[in-house]
Design a protein around this ligand. Structure first.
Ligand code: FUL
Length: 692
C-alpha cells in the first residue's frame, strides 16, 4: 500500500468517525412551519385601522353608520407605507372590514362599501391602494376581516358564513400575496343587522365552521398565516392583552385543541403539542381608531422601545397599529414618533459587540466545528452552537478583547429544531470576577435582556436548564443609548398637580399655557395648586447629559375639589376622584345591576360629556361595558344624557369618553348596566366630566 493510499484511508476514517459523532441534533417537540419561520423573521409589522368609525369617533361602529361619511379626501396609502417603512416595519395589515361591516374594497356581496361612498365617486378601492403601496415600499400585505359583522342582515344565520367566505375569497384572490389574515374574536352581540337592531348571539366554537374557512385560505394563499382568537386554533396566538407585552416566559407552544386560558395566551404552554407563536398587538395611540382627543397621547420613543423589548425581545412579533385620520392620512405626531422609533432601533442594534470576537463553550456537540461556539456569534441564523444530547446545562464565553461597555444581551435559539431553553443567566467579567448582570427563562426565536451598563472584558451565557440540548444560533451584545421617559402628571381632587417619573434623578420642567416645555420653562419642585381647566405639559431633563424626555401632555377639566360621592360612606371611594388611575374602588357586590354612582359636583356646571377609567387590576375589576349617564339639578329629577356600550373595554381598558349636548347640572348619575364578567362587580378607577 503506498503512502498516498494510506493517507486517504486514514483521512476517510477520520471524517467518518467525526461524522458519526456530530450527527445534527434531532428536533424536540413541535417545530415551526416554513411559513411561521418566514413570519417570525419579519419581527415587526403594522396595522392600520380605518373605517366608518373614523368619522364617528367610535371604537366599534354599530353597523348603521352612513356610508356617505366615508370621504378621505387626502387618502394616501403610500404615506402609510412610507411611515411604516421608516419605522422599520415589514408589512401592513389593513382593516378591510371592521365590526361595523363597512368594506374598504368594492365587494360584490354588499352595498355597504366604498362603492357607495363619496370617496372617488364610489370608484375607490382602499385595499387595492394599500396592496400597491405595500408593493412599492417592499412591504407585505395582511388582511383584517372581522367575522362579527354588525351591518349584515344575515349575521347569525348560516348564510352569513357563505357571505364571509365570499368576501375572504375576493380579498385573497384579487390583491396578490397576503402574509396574514386576522380574524378578531370580538362580538358584543347587538347590532344593526340590516335594520333588525337586535342582539344576536352565536356559538363562537361552531358558528363560523373555521375548519372549512381555513381550507379555503390554504387553497387560495398557501403561504398565508391565520390569526384567530375567536375559534379554532390558527397559526399564531394573541397574547391576552392589547397593552403591548407578552410574558417574560414565552413558549411558542399551545395545545392544538382544547380551551385556552389567559395564562396560556400570555406565557404559551411549556409542553404544548402545537407551535403557535405569540403576536403582540397594540396601537401607537391608546385606541385603535383615530380620535382627535388622543393627538397628544401618541406613544413616545421610550414607550415604543419598551414595546419592542416586551414583544420582539420576548420571543414575540410586534404588531403596531396606526389609526388613520378622517382625511385619509396618518397624523404628523404618529409619523414623527414612528420615524424616531425606527431610528432608535437602528441606533441601538447598530453594533454587535461580540462580532469577530472569540467564543468558547463548556461543551460542543461531538467537538465538531460545525456546532462550535463561534457559530453563535457568526450572525447567521442557519448555524448554531449545539451541545451533546445529554447536556442541559452549558455555557458559552465570549472574550471581548478589551473592557467593553454594554447594557443589552440578545440570544436566539435555532427554533427549526424546537424551543428548548428553560432558564439562563448572563454574567460579565469585571475586575477579575464574574458578576451576574441578568437572567431569564425562555429564549425562543429571540430574547433581549436589559440591564444597567457594565464594562467587562468577557461575557458568559449559561444555560441553566433546557428541555433538550440547547441550540443557540445567535448571541448579541449592545450598548443602547438611554432615553428618558416622559414624566407622569396627576391632578388630585383638590387640584394639586404632581409630576413624577420612575427614572432616577431627572429634573422636571412644565408649562400651563399650552406651550412646549423646555429646560427654560418653570422648574417643578413640589406639587402645584391649579384651579379650573388647565393643560399641563412637562418634560424630564437630565442636566448631566443635557437630554430631555418627550413631552407629556395632560388636559384637566374643572377641578373636583367640591365634589362629593353621594350616599356612600366609604373613605376608599375617594379613589374615584384622586386623579390616580392606578387606584380604584368597587361598589358592594351585594348590589345587583343596575348600580348607580351619584356625584354632587358642588355647584352647577355646563356639562357636555363624561369620562370613565376602569380598574386596571387583573382580578374582578368590575369593568362596566354598558351604561347610562344622567344629570340632575336637585338629585331628584334625572335626565338621561347618554347610554350605550364601552366598546372593546375588555381587551383595551382605557379612558372611555362619551359626549352629549350641553346641559346645566349639579348632580351626575353613572349607572352600570353590565360588566365584562356578567356579574355584579362594579369598579371605577376614575370618573370625570367634560364641561363646555
Ligand atoms: C380588537 C377589536 O375589537 C378592536 O376594535 C381592534 O380591531 C383590535 C385590533 O382588536 O379586539
Amino acid at each position: 500500500m503506498n503512502v498516498k493510499l494510506l493517507r486517504i484511508l486514514f483521512f476517510s476514517l477520520l471524517v467518518s468517525t467525526s461524522f458519526a459523532q456530530t450527527k445534527a441534533p434531532s428536533s424536540f417537540g413541535p417545530v415551526p412551519s416554513d411559513n411561521q419561520i418566514v413570519w417570525q423573521n419579519m419581527e415587526s409589522y403594522a396595522f392600520v385601522h380605518f373605517s366608518l368609525n373614523t368619522y364617528t369617533d367610535q371604537s366599534w361602529g354599530f353597523g348603521n353608520e352612513d356610508v356617505k361619511l366615508f370621504n378621505p379626501e387626502k387618502a394616501d396609502c403610500r404615506q402609510w407605507a412610507r411611515i411604516c417603512k421608516e419605522a422599520g416595519l415589514k408589512g401592513i395589515i389593513i382593516t378591510a372590514k371592521h365590526h361595523c361591516g363597512f368594506c374598504l374594497w368594492p365587494s360584490k356581496y354588499t352595498e355597504y362599501s366604498v362603492k357607495n361612498a363619496p370617496w372617488k365617486n364610489g370608484k375607490g378601492d382602499m385595499v387595492r391602494e394599500m396592496a400597491d403601496a405595500c408593493k412599492e415600499y417592499g412591504l407585505k400585505l395582511g388582511i383584517y376581516l372581522s367575522p362579527w359583522d354588525r351591518n349584515c342582515a344575515d349575521y347569525g344565520k348560516p348564510e352569513y358564513i357563505t357571505y364571509f367566505r365570499n368576501q375572504l375569497t375576493e380579498l385573497l384572490t384579487n390583491y396578490g400575496p397576503v402574509f396574514e389574515v386576522w380574524f378578531d374574536g370580538a362580538n358584543g352581540g347587538n347590532g344593526y343587522y340590516g335594520g333588525a337592531n337586535e342582539t344576536r348571539t352565536i356559538d363562537r366554537k361552531t358558528y363560523y365552521d373555521w375548519k372549512n374557512t381555513y381550507e379555503l385560505i390554504h387553497k387560495l394563499q398557501p403561504n398565508c398565516l391565520i390569526w384567530n382568537d375567536g375559534g379554532d386554533r390558527g397559526d399564531l396566538r394573541w397574547v391576552g392583552t392589547e397593552a403591548g407585552y407578552v410574558g417574560e416566559t414565552n413558549w411558542s407552544l399551545l395545545n392544538a385543541t382544547g380551551e385556552v386560558e389567559w395564562n396560556m395566551l400570555h406565557f404559551g404552554l411549556e409542553n404544548g403539542n402545537a407551535w403557535v407563536p405569540a403576536e403582540v398587538n397594540t396601537s401607537i395611540r391608546p385606541e385603535w381608531f383615530y380620535h382627535p382627543s388622543e393627538d397628544t397621547k401618541v406613544k413616545t420613543v421610550p414607550q415604543l422601545m419598551d414595546l419592542y423589548y416586551n414583544s420582539i425581545g420576548r420571543n414575540g412579533t410586534m404588531l403596531l397599529n396606526f389609526p388613520i385620520m378622517p382625511n385619509g392620512l396618518i397624523h404628523p405626531n404618529d409619523e414623527k414618533a414612528a420615524q424616531e422609533f425606527g431610528k432608535a432601533v437602528k441606533e441601538t442594534f447598530a453594533v454587535n459587540l461580540v462580532s469577530k470576537k472569540k467564543a468558547n463553550a463548556s461543551n460542543v456537540r461531538g467537538n465538531a466545528k460545525e456546532f462550535g461556539a463561534d457559530k453563535a456569534i457568526d450572525s447567521s441564523q442557519d448555524t448554531y452552537w449545539a451541545t451533546d444530547d445529554a447536556v442541559s446545562k452549558a455555557s458559552l464565553t465570549i472574550d471581548l478583547g478589551k473592557p467593553t461597555l454594554f447594557n443589552r444581551f440578545l440570544a436566539q435559539e435555532y427554533i427549526r429544531l424546537g424551543q428548548r431553553v428553560k432558564a439562563f443567566t448572563v454574567e460579565a467579567f469585571v475586575d477579575g470576577k464574574w458578576v451576574e448582570v441578568a437572567k431569564g427563562t425562555t429564549i425562543g426565536y429571540k430574547r433581549i435582556l436589559r440591564f444597567p451598563s457594565v464594562k467587562a472584558t468577557q461575557v458568559r451565557l449559561s444555560i441553566t436548564d433546557s428541555k433538550s440540548c440547547p441550540l443557540i444560533s445567535n448571541v448579541g451584545l449592545y450598548n443602547a443609548p438611554s432615553f428618558l421617559n416622559a414624566p407622569s402628571i396627576i391632578r388630585n381632587q383638590s387640584g394639586e398637580i404632581s409630576i413624577t417619573t420612575d427614572d432616577i434623578g431627572p429634573l422636571f420642567y412644565y408649562t400651563t399655557d399650552g406651550s412646549a416645555p423646555t429646560p427654560k420653562s418653570k422648574k417643578y419642585d413640589a406639587p402645584v395648586q391649579t384651579e379650573g381647566k388647565v393643560t399641563v405639559k412637562a418634560i424630564s431633563y437630565d442636566p448631566g447629559t443635557g437630554k430631555s424626555s418627550p413631552v407629556r401632555t395632560e388636559e384637566f377639566d374643572i377641578c373636583r375639589k367640591e365634589w362629593k360621592i353621594v350616599g356612600i360612606n366609604d373613605e376608599k371611594s375617594k379613589a374615584i376622584l384622586d386623579g390616580n388611575t392606578s387606584t380604584a374602588w368597587h361598589q358592594s357586590r351585594e348590589k345587583k345591576m343596575p348600580v348607580d354612582l351619584v356625584i354632587d359636583l358642588g355647584k352647577e356646571h355646563n356639562l357636555c360629556g363624561f369620562r370613565y377609567f376602569p380598574d386596571q387590576g387583573m382580578w374582578g375589576p368590575g369593568i362596566i361595558t354598558h351604561y347610562q349617564f344622567y344629570v340632575s339639578a336637585d338629585n331628584i329629577e334625572w335626565k338621561l344624557m347618554s347610554e350605550g356600550e364601552f366598546s372593546n373595554i375588555k381587551n383595551n381598558p382605557l379612558w372611555q369618553i362619551k359626549k352629549f349636548a350641553p346641559v346645566k347640572a349639579r348632580y351626575i348619575k353613572f349607572t352600570a348596566l353590565k360588566n365584562t364578567e356578567e356579574n355584579n362587580t362594579t369598579g371605577y378607577a376614575e370618573v370625570d366630566v367634560i364641561t363646555n
